[in-house]
Design a protein around this ligand. Structure first.
Ligand code: MN
Length: 289
């Protein structure tokens, strides 16, 4: 059985703060993994484990717009709250995912949930920006709140290892997320010594983020907090947990269209960026204090 080769394993880049609540390592886009290399995934900010002290005022990031793509927030530890200019709000807790389609545009705020903030504690999360194809860029904003208990569950026979399917399908088990383009997104929670195989089309851009423990991928050790980028070729990815491990698994069909990216906007052409900025300034994304 041919294996799908690793292109490169990336150590976490130096972190930066997004607002005062999110300390993130930006794995892409950057000089090494350009804005098309992981398409349809455009951006990945990884908040590795950090202990927040108690705070009366929830830490977070203030009002900002998004348009032309989706944000997918996965909480591994701690709780994240949000609210937006259309009056939507919600909280995601440990193991949960919020899939927000910004589409034609909205304003929102993201911050630590009130109780979590008051008590402080361990925080670990991922935020992905998933691009939308040109025909869906102006789709109406919407949310998919995907609690851990709604995810598809593939259990390894007689073992405690489990693959939670957020989007797509693994060994016949489907995930609940609606996606605009073909996407596979799983959390593989693998017990020490257990092995799992993954197969994706060669054309699908594919990467694994090690969020807990470490794993042997094909023959190579992938350490905690590292991102494993695979070559675009046929083959099986063989994963063995070296200790209890959790791995975020991403694979998607590339969107082969021009990208115009500016701040929180992701369009095909620059005049669409200018239009989005104009729309924000003229209140078309609504109002949020
Ligand atoms: Mn945001």
């Amino acid at each position: 059985m041919k294996s799908r080769s690793i292109e490169k394993i990336f150590a976490p880049p130096a972190p930066h703060m997004v607002g005062d609540g999110f300390r993130v390592h930006n794995f892409f886009p950057n000089q090494e993994i350009n804005k098309k290399r992981m398409s349809p995934f455009f951006l990945m900010d990884y908040g590795s484990k950090i202990e927040f002290s108690p705070s009366k005022e929830p830490r977070g990031v203030g009002v900002h717009p998004h348009a032309g793509f989706e944000t997918v927030t996965i909480a591994y530890h701690g709780k994240v709250a949000h609210h937006d200019s259309a009056g939507n709000s919600g909280v995601i807790g440990e193991g949960d995912v919020q899939w927000m389609t910004a589409g034609s545009g909205l304003l929102h705020k993201e911050y630590h949930e009130k109780e979590f903030s008051k008590n402080g504690g361990l925080f670990q999360m991922v935020q992905l920006w998933v691009n939308l194809p040109a025909k869906d860029k102006r789709t109406k904003p919407k949310y998919q709140e995907i609690a851990q208990n709604m995810m598809g569950k593939y259990k390894l026979k007689d073992k405690k290892s489990i693959v939670e399917i957020i989007a797509g399908e693994y060994n016949g088990v489907k995930g609940p997320a609606f996606t605009f383009t073909p996407i596979q997104m799983y959390n593989a929670r693998i017990k020490k010594g257990d092995s799992l195989d993954f197969n994706f089309p060669a054309s699908f851009n594919t990467g694994f983020l090690i969020v807990e423990g470490n794993a042997i991928i094909n023959d190579t050790i992938a350490p905690l907090d590292h991102f494993v980028l695979f070559k675009n070729e046929e083959g099986t990815i063989h994963v063995t947990a070296n200790e209890d491990a959790a791995i975020l698994i991403l694979s998607g069909e590339p969107i082969d269209e021009p990208i115009a990216a500016y701040g929180p906007f992701l369009m095909n052409k620059w005049d669409e960026i200018e239009q989005a900025i104009h729309d924000v300034n003229t209140g078309k994304f609504g109002v949020l204090e």
